[in-house]
Design a protein around this ligand. Structure first.
Ligand SMILES: CC(C)(COP(=O)(O)OP(=O)(O)OC[C@H]1O[C@@H](n2cnc3c(N)ncnc32)[C@H](O)[C@@H]1OP(=O)(O)O)[C@@H](O)C(=O)NCCC(=O)NCCS
Ligand SMILES: CC(=O)OP(=O)(O)O
Length: 327
């Protein structure tokens, strides 16, 4: 059966020459996905790394290197311009000498290509940790006006896209406060819309509507209030347990007045321990495909793969990244 979800996104980006930079240009999973995306005219990939190394891998796989833009940061002809732009962006935080060193790192280099408008988005993290992948984006791309924190959402898909949910924050904010959690909820609702998911946001906890008491529960209850004030147009409710959020009968029993309980499509976890563990359990035990983390709230799209991702995951996250650039 066809996955309509991705067909819609592909139609949005097809033939638009969206340039996506892949800092991990020597990684076979990246090369395989980039080739497929190029051949299907969905994106124009820019691979970073040593040109000879990448060309050898392409040749070994029977792929033409002339199909790709390959840039080696160590031999980039506009490196001086990039250094100047980086020093200006990080005003007072980096010297020119240090900038020259930092920009040899492929994630910093690729992020600067996006910042300078030479690429529409970036996909990395198949080899690098999340911290190394996203730190350049936090420092250079930064968050949109009115958003203080970026966060990482997963699109969770099962049954060929018939079941689709957003889980967040599964990637970035280790111990968010109530204001941050409220922002994560609002951003996640907006991310849901990208995938035609009607957002009904559950603020998750071990307590439902006051059934448990602790500072952790108060944090989630406060975040719910703030999120509702920030965006009264959205359906957001909490705090609630996962069963109350997901199972209609349990929702009716535990939280009878809630429109979201038993009916949620966006699940906001109280901290990164629960979010990261939660998405991996749904993925590995629940049979969900986990696509992300999709970074929310940044000025331009940067996506961080899980190191456990396969070529298909790279392919799909790249499509999402290109679609985000058109939002
Ligand atoms: C994301 C992460 C790397 C940020 O780390 P950090 O140590 O706070 O980064 P830094 O202190 O170097 O801050 C870098 C910049 O990013 C900003 N920043 C940090 N977190 C941010 C966030 N969530 N949103 C927006 N900006 C953020 C800082 O304000 C700082 O800006 P400045 O240099 O212009 O002042 C860190 O929170 C982290 O490791 N999170 C967990 C990642 C992880 O392991 N996830 C599990 C696997 S997916
Ligand atoms: C999102 C995530 O958990 O990434 P990794 O598996 O690379 O740590």
């Amino acid at each position: 059966m066809k996955n309509d979800l991705f067909e819609g996104l592909k139609a949005k980006i097809a033939g638009k020459n969206m340039k996506i930079v892949f800092p991990e240009g020597v990684e076979p999973r990246i090369i395989g996905a980039a080739h497929r995306l190029q051949v299907e005219e969905l994106i124009t990939p820019i691979l970073l790394g040593n040109v000879d190394d990448i060309s050898t891998i392409l040749r070994d796989r029977g792929l033409q290197s002339s199909l790709f833009t390959i840039i080696d940061p160590a031999n980039y002809d506009k490196f001086d311009d990039m250094v100047a732009s980086f020093v200006e962006r990080r005003a007072g935080k980096v010297t020119e000498e240090k900038a020259r060193d930092i920009l040899l790192d492929v994630n910093y280099f690729g992020t600067m290509l996006v910042y300078m408008g030479l690429a529409d988005g970036l996909v990395s993290g198949a080899v690098h940790s999340t911290a190394d992948t996203v730190r350049p984006a936090l420092q250079i791309i930064k968050t949109k006006p009115g958003i203080s924190r970026t966060s990482g959402a997963f699109l969770m898909v099962r049954a060929y896209g018939k079941e689709k949910y957003i889980f967040s924050d599964c990637a970035i904010n280790i111990e968010p406060g109530s204001q941050e959690l409220a922002e994560i909820a609002v951003d996640s609702a907006d991310t849901a819309k990208l995938f035609d998911i009607d957002p009904r946001v559950a603020m998750l906890s071990f307590s439902t509507n006051g059934s448990g008491a602790s500072d952790n529960v108060t944090k989630v209850a406060d975040a719910t209030k703030i999120a509702k004030e920030l965006r009264p147009d959205l359906d957001i409710d909490g705090e609630m347990q996962f069963d109350a959020a997901f199972v209609p009968e349990v929702g009716r029993l535990k939280f009878p007045d809630s429109k979201v309980a038993g009916n949620a499509t966006v699940f906001v976890f109280p901290d990164l321990q629960s979010g990261n563990i939660g998405y991996k359990i749904a993925q590995r035990l629940g049979g969900f495909e986990a696509i992300g983390p999709i970074l929310q709230g940044l000025n331009k799209p940067v996506s961080d793969l899980s190191r456990g991702s396969n070529e298909e995951d790279v392919y799909k996250l790249s499509i999402i990244t290109a679609a985000q650039a058109l939002m």
